[in-house]
Ligand binder design. Sequence first.
Ligand SMILES: [Zn+2]
Length: 133
Amino acid sequence: MIIEVKKLIALKKYVGSFSTQCPPPKDKLVLPLAEAAGDISVEGEYEIYEDDSVGITLNISYKLRGQCSYCLEEAEKIVEYSYEALFVTQRDDPDNYYYDGVRLDIAPAVEDAFVFSQPEVLLCKNCAQSQGS
Ligand SMILES: [Zn+2]
């Protein structure tokens, strides 16, 4: 999804929210036996600062489906994750995301949120229950 930063500045809409769906990035799955079923839904807020940097808060959710990490039965889990990103117009800033000051593509932040959100194990109902007790 693209945020038209220049346009929003012209309209003085320095803060706002957005929501979108995007397909899960294919080569970004951490668990070998799992896949994201369906799109990732993304809810977010942006804030444009005076130096044209843009703070983004993302809440992503999606369904992870695959084989239970313990017993290999079918398992699925709704994953929800919050992520904050700062987009800046300086290219040589290793801690933040770069955008050109005009249009900002949130995809790299969604991709990272997707990677960080993934659990280390995916458990079926049975295994999840016996873990909890
Ligand atoms: Zn299991």
